[in-house]
Design a protein around this ligand. Structure first.
Ligand code: PEP
Ligand code: MN
Length: 353
C-alpha cells in the first residue's frame, strides 16, 4: 500500500503521518520523488481501510494498494517514479537510471592474473567503460573447470581499480564471502545460478553496496522481481537487474536466448535500472555487438560486455569475449546509437592514474 502526499506537503506533516502509521503497527518507508513524497507500507495491509488512512491528514492525496506480489520492487510502490542507483567510483559517481547515459561494464569473465586484469582495465577505461567486471569466485558447471582464484583475485581487482580509476563489479556466491568482497567491489553481483539463493539475497540486502542481480536462466520475470524483493526487503534498495539470456530450446547456435522484451516489460513493472549482458546471452563474440546495439536502442540503462586480452587463452568464457581492439570499435559503434537515444557520455580517452 502507498500513501501519496500532496505536492508541497510540510515535512512535519509527513513525519506525523508516518508516526501515526507506526502507531498502527506498520513500518512506513519514506520515498522522496522528484515532485512528491510517497509513504510505502508493506506487511499486513490487507485489513487496512484506505479511506481510514486518508483521514489522517488533509495533505494525503491518495492511498493506493500495490496489487503486484512484488511490493518494494514495483513501479507502483514509487508511484511511477523510476529509481537511480548511484555508485561512487574512484573517477566519481556513476548513475544507473533511465534519465542517465548508458553505463558500460566491461572486463574478463575471470580474474586470471595481475597483468591481464590491469591491462584489460586500462584498455576498457580508455575506450569509455565505467566499471571493470571480473570474477574472483566463479560459478562453473563442472567442478573440474577453473573456479576462480578467490580471495587473492580480490587484491588484483583492487590493483586494477587503482590503476584504472574504474569501479569494480564482481560476483559473490557465498554468504560467508560478502563482507570481504564488499571491501573491494563497488557493486556486488549475484549470478544467474544464485538468483534464488535466498540466504545470499538476504545477506547482500543487509549490507550497503549496490547489488547487480542477474536473471536466473529459467526464471520468469516475476521470479526475478521477487528475488529482487528479498534484497529490498532486507534494506538495500540499490539493485540493478541484469538480463543475461534465458534457456530456450536452441543451444546449437547461441548459448542462451536474449530476452530483450524484458526491457519494456520491466519498465512497466519496476522502478529498478536495467542492464543487458549480451556476452552470456549469445555465448559467441561475433553476435555480441549486434545485441549490444539492440539493447541500447531498446532502452537498456547499462551493458555488460566480456573483454579479454587474449580470448583464445581465456580460462573461462573465451568464445564470447571481445578483444580490447574489438571493444574499442564496439564503443565507437555504440556511441552512434547512444547519441541517437540521447544517452551517451563522451568516452574519457585519458587514463586516470
Ligand atoms: C558472469 O558474469 O561471469 C557469469 C557467471 O554470469 P551468469 O551468472 O549470468 O552466468
Ligand atoms: Mn563469464
Amino acid at each position: 500500500m502507498i500513501v501519496v502526499m500532496k505536492v508541497g506537503s510540510p515535512e512535519a506533516e509527513i513525519s506525523r503521518v508516518s508516526e501515526d502509521l507506526q502507531g498502527w503497527g506498520l513500518t512506513p518507508e519514506k520515498i522522496v520523488g522528484q515532485h512528491k513524497v510517497v509513504i510505502g507500507l508493506v506487511g499486513e495491509t490487507a485489513s487496512l481501510n484506505p479511506e481510514q488512512i486518508q483521514e489522517i491528514s488533509p495533505w494525503i492525496e491518495t492511498v493506493l494498494r500495490v496489487e503486484k506480489p512484488f511490493k518494494r520492487t514495483s513501479l507502483e510502490y514509487r508511484h511511477g517514479q523510476p529509481s537511480d542507483v548511484v555508485v561512487p567510483t574512484p573517477s566519481g559517481d556513476v548513475t544507473f537510471g533511465i534519465n542517465h547515459p548508458v553505463v558500460i561494464v566491461a572486463g574478463p569473465c575471470s580474474v586470471e592474473n595481475e597483468e591481464m586484469i590491469v591491462e584489460t582495465a586500462q584498455r576498457v577505461k580508455a575506450a569509455g567503460a565505467h566499471f571493470l567486471r571480473g570474477g574472483a569466485y566463479k560459478p562453473r558447471t563442472s567442478p573440474y573447470s577453473f573456479q576462480g582464484h578467490g580471495e587473492s583475485a580480490l587484491n588484483l581487482l583492487d590493483a586494477a581499480r587503482s590503476a584504472s580509476g574504474l569501479g569494480i563489479i564482481t560476483e559473490v556466491m557465498d554468504t560467508a564471502d560478502v563482507e570481504k568482497i564488499a571491501e573491494v567491489a563497488d557493486v556486488l553481483q549475484v549470478g544467474a545460478r544464485n538468483m534464488q539463493n535466498f540466504a545470499l539475497l538476504k545477506k547482500v540486502g543487509s549490507q550497503d553496496k549496490p547489488v547487480l542481480l542477474k536473471r536466473g536462466m529459467a526464471a520468469t520475470i516475476t521470479d526475478w522481481l521477487m528475488a529482487a524483493e528479498y534484497i529490498l526487503a532486507s534494506g538495500n534498495s540499490n539493485v540493478i537487474l541484469c538480463e543475461r539470456g534465458i534457456r530456450t530450446f536452441d543451444r546449437e547456435y547461441t548459448r542462451n536466448t536474449l530476452d530483450l522484451s524484458c526491457i519494456p516489460v520491466l519498465r512497466s513493472l519496476t522502478h529498478l535500472p536495467i542492464m543487458i549482458d549480451p556476452s552470456h546471452a549469445t555465448g559467441k563474440s561475433e553476435y555480441v555487438p549486434t545485441m549490444a546495439f539492440a539493447s541500447i536502442a531498446a532502452g537498456a540503462d547499462s551493458l555488460m560486455i566480456e573483454v579479454h586480452p587474449n580470448p583464445a587463452k581465456a580460462l573461462s568464457d573465451g568464445p564470447q569475449s571481445l578483444t580490447p581492439e574489438r571493444f574499442d570499435r564496439l564503443m565507437q559503434e555504440l556511441s552512434v546509437i547512444g547519441k541517437a537515444v540521447d544517452r551517451w557520455s563522451q568516452p574519457e580517452m585519458a587514463l586516470t592514474k
